[in-house]
Design a protein around this ligand. Structure first.
Ligand SMILES: [Zn+2]
Length: 563
């Protein structure tokens, strides 16, 4: 690419409405441009990187025997109604009508269509296993698009689906895809952890996420260094130990706590530690209203709550509902006399003489014990905290942040049952097909790589991922010798199979150097004063420069790229 005749630009200043390192750098370096909230143009430099990422993904998918195809993005809404997922997606799904008034949606994920396609091929147990994949644009109307390419509303996804006759077959297919995903992220030089995750709107039996470790990450990962346990906090079990000792139960007291609604305020008013408080939170679980109690220094885990009730939606109840069940203003909810069932986090069973809201505006109870109220149920309903025991080995866990770049699911028979995907087994009996689904977001992966590999000068691509292998920078484009040598080098290296930038713009050298660092060119070949003596400068990004004879440049680039 010769810059003087190419689409190429950079921005000097940070971009105001970009809220992550990666989106700011990718926009400044001219890789992407925001089109509207959560929707981006993929400009030539960005598209080159995406294609490199896609080539690695495609190679690994093909190696597993997975076959590529392409599904439509525009899908009749009834397909998702049939699978029962229309309700789960809710407002996240973009919908529209065609001219005849028929309801369509823009596909958020494609399990249904793949099941329909599989139905064409599957008749008997002999018709499996097989697997299919695609690179396809997905649409999700995210409530809060943010962090550039990390939480978007339109994005390309590589999604794959496996079809097997039984659970053992699905496990084998899952294992192959899992290994392919490891190969992909290893080859892309992503620093990642594989964690257990919530199956969420996908449903099914098991989900594991490939999480790129970055400070920005939206997900909290629970990690144990002693036994390799790794989990998304959403599904991380909490170990509750019986402390063995009990305090003597004291007499319950109603105490005035005017203007103290939050735990912090009540702690201050009553001079007791947070652990002596039990929070009562009112939730709407689908249509049911319930109260959940956790120790004052803990948080309710809404994923666990949703699973306990096998519900679609869990949300904190609105003020009106809280007032209705507690007969008090928000901030004074407690288990005694409340008009809804009360569920406890496991830990609360071992507490004595704790403080709760009194369901009376301006009051709390102290010295409350379990005998004082009715419990509808008890379960692990809290978030694990740093330093809590690892659910496997008991040593303290620590947290990291991650960006989910890949996700693998054992779907089981959820979709085949919903969409009637069956086959005849050896005994001529109808059985349901076992499915797996597997997704990678190439653009989100690019953003995660930038988050992991940025410095004060711009993007620092891992070897092989930059849009071009090296940049030839001409110091003075008016100098004929310099231009001749630069052009000759460009032709020689291009003919040898390398992708080059030739910076032949009429700009100051400082501007060109800054631009090449910003866009993350891994090597810079500077053609300047030494050109008349057949010498150029070779400089790795962020490294020391050295002089090379023009004729030695090809050997050097072959050496660094090993090709
Ligand atoms: Zn452990």
């Amino acid at each position: 690419m010769k810059l003087s005749t190419s689409y190429f630009y950079t921005l000097r200043e940070d971009v105001k409405d970009e809220d992550s390192v990666s989106s700011n750098l990718l926009v400044r370096a001219g890789y992407i441009k925001k089109s509207s909230s959560g929707i981006y143009m993929m400009l030539p430099l960005g598209w080159r990187v995406i294609q490199k990422i896609n080539a690695v993904i495609r190679d690994e998918m093909d190696k597993t025997g997975c076959q590529e195809l392409l599904m439509p993005a525009l899908i009749p809404e009834e397909v998702y109604i049939a699978s029962g997922r229309r309700a789960s997606f809710g407002h996240d799904m973009f919908t529209l009508k065609d001219r005849k008034g028929m309801d369509y949606c823009l596909g958020p994920t494609h399990e249904e269509l793949f099941a329909i396609a599989a139905n064409m091929k599957i008749h008997s147990y002999k018709d499996m296993p097989f697997s299919l994949y695609q690179f396809e644009t997905k649409f999700r109307d995210e409530p809060r698009p943010r962090y550039g390419l990390i939480r978007v509303r339109e994005f390309i996804m590589k999604d794959a689906y496996t079809f097997d006759k039984d659970e053992a077959g699905m496990d084998v297919a899952y294992g192959k895809q899992f290994q392919a995903y490891k190969n992909i992220f290893d080859r892309l030089h992503v620093r990642y952890r594989i964690v257990r995750a919530d199956t969420g709107v996908m449903g099914g039996l098991l989900s594991e996420e490939f999480q790129a470790i970055t400070p920005l990450g939206e997900d909290i990962l629970v990690l144990c260094d002693d036994c390799d346990f790794a989990s998304n906090i959403e599904v991380c079990p909490c170990v509750t130990r019986d402390p063995g000792t009990r305090e003597a139960e004291e007499e319950r007291q109603l105490v005035a706590t005017p203007d103290s609604r939050t735990i912090a305020e009540v702690v201050e008013t009553l001079h007791k530690p947070e652990q002596k408080f039990v929070k009562t939170l009112i939730y709407k679980v689908d249509e049911q209203v319930i109260a959940v109690m956790v120790r004052g220094d803990r948080e309710v885990n809404e994923t666990k709550l949703r699973k306990l009730f096998q519900a679609e939606h869990v949300e904190l109840a609105d003020a009106q509902t809280v007032q209705k069940v507690t007969h008090a203003e928000v901030g004074f909810a407690g288990p005694i006399g409340i008009d809804c069932p009360v569920y406890l986090d496991n830990e609360v069973q071992y507490l004595q003489n704790f403080v709760v809201g009194a369901n009376k505006t301006g009051y709390h109870y102290t010295n409350v014990n379990l005998k004082d109220f009715t419990v509808a149920g008890m379960a692990d309903l809290r978030n694990i905290q740093e330093g809590d025991p690892c659910p496997v080995c008991g040593r303290p866990v620590h947290f990291a942040h991650g960006i989910e770049v890949g996700n693998v699911f054992k779907l089981g028979t959820k979709y085949s049952k919903a969409l009637n995907l069956q086959y005849l087994d050896q005994n001529n009996q109808l059985q349901y097909v076992w499915m797996g689904s597997y997704g990678i977001g190439p653009a989100r992966t690019m953003a995660a790589i930038v988050e992991q590999n940025a410095d004060e000068n711009g993007i620092s691509w891992p070897l092989g991922l930059a849009p071009y292998d090296a940049a030839i920078v001409v110091i003075s484009t008016r100098d004929e010798t310099q231009m001749q040598i630069a052009e000759k080098l460009y032709d020689t290296l291009t003919a040898a199979g390398f992708d080059l930038i030739l910076d032949d713009r009429d700009e100051r050298p400082g501007v060109k150097f800054k631009d090449m660092d910003l866009i993350g060119m891994p090597f810079r070949i500077t053609v300047g004063r030494g050109a008349k003596d057949g010498r150029v400068e070779w400089k790795p990004r962020g490294g020391e420069s050295e002089e090379l004879a023009v004729d030695d440049v090809l050997a050097r680039i072959r050496e660094v790229y090993q090709k």
